[in-house]
Ligand binder design. Structure first.
Ligand code: 2P0
Length: 316
């Protein structure tokens, strides 16, 4: 166990995880369904360190006693072979900085996989997903490529709340990242989720909305019905943001560029282009389109980062 490395892709939810029934265990109120971002993710290397844990991100040491380092230390407590054993965790992320594309998700997923191999734990997929979830809820979906579904589960201890990959592949599907802002967000998704559940009068509708979204997404994926997939994912993201906007105080991750781009997408769609968006807890948009329109989309949005989720030869 001198050293172990693992890679995990970032993921974007088409049916969002928004709201917890248990904040300590990261147990969600609803199930969710995501698509992984192929070569955009995190590679984590683990070694033993002397005297204290040591964390590096993209070649820079993470200061001890920051919120980030204490979250990592807390996560590692579950794995420490004995109290005087310390970890060196070196993570390299290919996710564009501040893209709002779940850097914590791929980070905790890669760390869980690296721990499994470093400590020869031989954990099965469900156990790995449950452990990754403890680091960050959406990390439980980042252990696989392609479509992944996280079952909310019912148990209080969370042992039935884990993700599994879907068997369907959709090689023509593309995801585009459109980044408008690189500043740190004003409110973390963790805090925003908490505030929404407690204060939004619209939140009581959310579980039924997600249940319907999931049924429709499954038929869209089974039938390879792109219009249905795109429209369903877009409506789910807008419903999630409606719960945020109606929380008290209101949470608005939208920038003028976000809204202007939504309107441009709606206009292009009215002209016949099959283009949809989804948005997470940040101002950036993730576009959904098909390979046949990739050139046109790249011309229309020159800064877009276009991802082919099943073209896996580039993934680590
Ligand atoms: C998602 N998000 O399904 C949703 C949509 C953001 C918007 O999962 O508190 O970082 O660590 O469980 O996983 C971001 O939340 O939250 C997220 P924690 P996480 O992708």
């Amino acid at each position: 166990m001198n050293e172990a490395s693992a890679y995990a892709p970032a993921n974007i939810a088409l049916a969002k995880y928004w709201g917890k029934r248990n904040e300590e265990l990261n147990l969600p109120i609803t199930s969710s369904l995501s698509i992984s971002l192929n070569q955009y993710g995190a590679t984590t290397t683990l070694k033993e360190h002397t005297q204290h844990d040591y964390f590096q991100l993209n070649g820079h040491a993470i200061e001890p006693n920051t919120e980030f380092s204490s979250r990592l230390t807390q996560f590692l407590e579950r794995f420490r072979p004995h109290p005087n054993f310390y970890f060196e965790v070196d993570t390299h992320s290919t996710v564009p900085i501040a893209a709002g594309v779940a850097s914590s998700a791929c980070g905790f997923a890669a760390l869980t996989l690296a721990l499994n191999s470093f400590l020869d734990l031989n954990l099965d997929d469900a156990a790995l997903s449950i452990l990754a979830r403890r680091g960050s809820g959406s990390a439980c979906r980042s252990l696989w490529h392609g479509f992944v579904e996280w079952q909310a589960g019912k148990l209080d201890n969370g042992m039935d709340s884990f993700a599994t990959p879907l068997p369907q592949e959709w090689h023509e599907l593309r995801i585009g990242l459109l980044l408008f802002n690189t500043e740190k967000k004003s409110i973390s998704s963790r805090a925003a989720m908490h505030q929404t559940v407690l204060t939004s009068p619209f939140y009581r509708e959310w579980p039924q909305i997600v249940a319907k979204t999931l049924v429709t997404l499954h038929s869209a994926i089974d039938e390879k019905d792109f219009s249905l997939l795109g429209a369903t994912a877009e409506a789910n993201a807008l419903a999630m943001h409606s719960t945020m906007l109606t929380s008290e105080p209101s949470i608005c991750y939208w920038l003028p560029e976000t809204v202007a781009t939504m309107q441009k997408i709606w206009q292009l769609r009215a002209q016949g282009l099959e283009l949809y968006f989804t948005q997470d807890a940040g101002p950036n948009l993730k576009l959904l389109y098909l390979q046949q329109d990739e050139h046109l989309i790249q011309e229309t949005f020159p800064s877009i980062i276009s991802i082919a989720p099943w073209n896996l030869q580039n993934a680590q």
